[in-house]
Design a protein around this ligand. Structure first.
Ligand SMILES: Cc1ncc(COP(=O)(O)O)c(C=O)c1O
Length: 384
């Protein structure tokens, strides 16, 4: 491995949201989804070059930045996109909120499968739209969308479906048949399909990522694909993401909903994005190997050492682990784990039953992961 992901980088005392939460307390932050690693050398060099220029006016992407995205879609997924389909956005939480406003009216519904990244549920509610949720279910040990339940839940007021693929927090990569079934469901009920694929470059197992919009022209015509270099290349603080919308009418509606309220992407964000997609392939390959090692360590440790903490299914993608902790019988599991020095995410905002689930972020050095899991073991043992 050429890149040293074991090198500890001190983030205490910096602007890190993840580390500031527990400032002055001995709690390892394993919650919000950013990684403790430096970005790729190519991204850092591109940012240094851009900073050296010294002028930071309002920015538009240069052709080479757009080309880097277009080429990445082609080479990674065989997806031919037009530059005009790309709408640059300063973040995908903002984009999820804007999408609800654009395609559902007040009191209309946005359907999604839970557990899921909390803004999928809160985003529609922020603008008086309804969030309609249907639980995923475990099918042969893998989380799957429940199409029978979705059929029962959908109403004439349902206008949108929010898909998360790979799925945060359950770490599932959906296959072609599942995505096809979802696409047909959206066609049948005339739903716009908002496909959040932000974790698509973080697939740990040997599985393909299939952009939903590549399934068929009919599905593409109702799909808004959300992507960003932020998760895989660890630049979420640079606020750079994009929607890919091939249908001109859909795109115009989306752009209208952004007008006057959505901020511009910055020159540093564009520089980092280009270097991510065009130049950081070797770094990303090494990162995946490292995350696979973390995933394997965690999976083994939890099974052997943490009775009452169950990894709900194999982790296929992302650096997030979704645990069922119901057997521990705790009202607020994250409070208990914090008391023992580990900061996890509470499962309730993801749509889980209170007290039932927690999420752990293993995008950290192996040493931090080992220490975090050891602290979880103490937390579990203290309950005996
Ligand atoms: C599925 C998903 N969408 C969106 C985001 C956040 O995107 P952004 O930082 O661009 O707002 C996350 C962050 O964890 C995520 O997991």
């Amino acid at each position: 491995m050429s890149f040293d992901f074991d090198r500890p980088i001190e983030r205490r005392g910096t602007d890190s949201q993840k580390w500031q939460k527990y400032a002055g307390r001995d709690i390892l932050p394993m919650w919000v989804a950013d990684m403790d690693f430096a970005s790729s050398p190519e991204i850092i060099a591109a940012l240094q070059t851009r900073v050296a220029h010294g002028v930071f006016g309002y920015a538009r992407p240069v052709k080479s930045t757009v080309d880097a995205v277009v080429e990445a879609m082609q080479t990674r997924y065989g997806w031919t996109i037009e530059p005009s389909w790309i709408v640059w956005m300063p973040g995908l939480v903002c984009t999820l909120n804007v999408t609800a406003k654009a395609f559902a009216s007040p009191n209309e519904q946005v359907l999604t499968s839970t557990p899921v990244y909390p803004p999928f549920i809160s985003g529609p509610k922020n603008s008086a739209r309804e969030s309609l949720t249907v639980p995923l279910f475990l099918n042969g040990g893998r989380w799957t969308m429940d199409f029978e339940a979705l059929e029962r839940a959908v109403t004439p007021r349902t206008k949108l479906f929010y898909l998360c693929n790979p799925h945060n927090p359950v770490a599932r990569v959906y296959n072609r048949d599942e995505l096809q079934q979802l696409g047909e469901f959206c066609i049948k009920h005339d739903l716009i399909l908002c496909s959040d694929e932000i974790h698509c470059d973080l697939i740990i197992d040997d599985l393909p990522h299939i952009p939903t919009a590549t399934l068929s022209p009919e599905i593409a015509a109702r799909t808004i694909t959300l992507m960003a270099p932020s998760k895989a290349y660890n630049i979420p603080g640079l606020g750079t993401s994009f929607a890919i919308i091939s249908d001109p009418k859909l795109r115009a509606t989306f752009v209208r909903a952004c007008a006057g309220i959505v901020a511009e992407v910055t020159s540093l964000g564009f520089a980092a994005c280009e270097a991510a997609y065009r130049d950081s392939g070797a770094w990303l390959r090494d990162l995946i190997v490292y995350l696979r090692g973390n995933r394997d360590y965690l999976t083994d440790f939890v099974a052997r050492e943490l009775p009452g903490v169950k990894l709900t299914a194999p982790i296929e993608a992302t650096y997030l682990a979704w645990f069922n902790v119901e057997e521990l019988g705790l009202k607020m599991p994250i409070d208990h784990f914090e008391k023992h020095g580990v900061g996890l995410s509470d499962g309730t905002p993801f749509g889980a039953k209170p007290g039932s689930h927690v999420r752990l972020n293993f995008g950290c050095t192996r040493a931090t992961l080992i220490e975090g899991l050891a602290r979880m073991k103490n937390a579990v043992q203290s309950l005996r």
